[in-house]
Design a protein around this ligand. Structure first.
Ligand code: SAH
Length: 217
């Protein structure tokens, strides 16, 4: 079996066994998870584990999230297509690639220039054109392109930064892990006018969001 077919069948299995079976229903999200070649976003030495049910190291002490968590956070944004969305914590670029299938334009911010560059190259090699990678402190969001219908934070904060909530469009949704440095609760926030409603979703463990409205180095 050719490599491509092998990885494709692993992806099908990943979606069936890890994602659909745990309650992810949005057909567009399931399709995006079937399409994005996760193995191209992980370092070569871990490629054989790309479709396993867990996070993986991507360098700079960072990790690419477990596939189920990527799918869950994506589904929580409730994207219909065409929206402008923001991701904080580009890492490998995998989550951004999944969002690229479901939204109109994706802006993603990474604090490590090396990771940002690598992610940019991977996205370019896949001909994904609606993702813009930015280097900087994402705890401040990206006011230039605000407001966003969705903001997805891929690292854990002590609390949901107000500057991010303020960059949500009317009806927009923020998904963010909030809590201690080592374990958190995934929260979904939605904006209605000047009101923000939050809902706890699931216990999770993310790497820390480091920056002005996050944790100290
Ligand atoms: N979404 C990524 C995984 C991200 S891991 C993927 O799909 O691979 C979390 C990332 O957040 C790390 O790369 C880390 O460097 C980054 N990060 C931490 N604090 C940040 C900040 N303030 N601004 C931008 N990126 C940050």
């Amino acid at each position: 079996m050719a490599d491509d077919d092998f990885f494709k069948s692993q992806r099908e299995r990943m979606v069936r066994v890890q994602i659909a079976s745990r309650g992810i229903k949005d057909p567009r999200v399931l399709e995006a998870m079937r399409r994005v070649p996760r193995h191209l976003f992980v370092p070569k030495v871990h490629r054989h584990l790309a479709y396993a049910d867990g996070p993986l190291p991507i360098g700079a002490e960072q990790t690419i999230s477990q596939p189920y968590i990527v799918a869950l956070m994506t589904e929580l944004l409730n994207l219909q297509g065409g929206e402008r969305v923001l991701e904080i914590g580009t890492g490998s670029g995998y989550q951004a690639a999944v969002l690229a299938y479901l939204a109109g334009q994706v802006h993603t911010v990474e604090r490590f220039a090396d990771l940002a560059k690598q992610a940019e190259q991977t996205l370019k090699a896949l001909n994904i054109q609606n993702v813009q990678v930015h280097v900087g402190d994402g705890t401040l969001g990206l006011p230039e392109f605000a407001p966003y219908m969705g903001i997805l934070v891929s690292a854990a904060a002590p609390s949901a930064p107000e500057v991010l909530l303020e960059q949500l469009a009317e009806g927009g949704i923020l998904v963010i892990p909030v809590g201690q440095r080592s374990n958190q609760v995934l929260e979904r926030w939605q904006r209605t006018g000047d009101q923000f409603q939050s809902k706890p979703i699931l216990s999770v463990a993310f790497v820390p969001l480091i920056g002005q409205a996050g944790w100290q180095e």
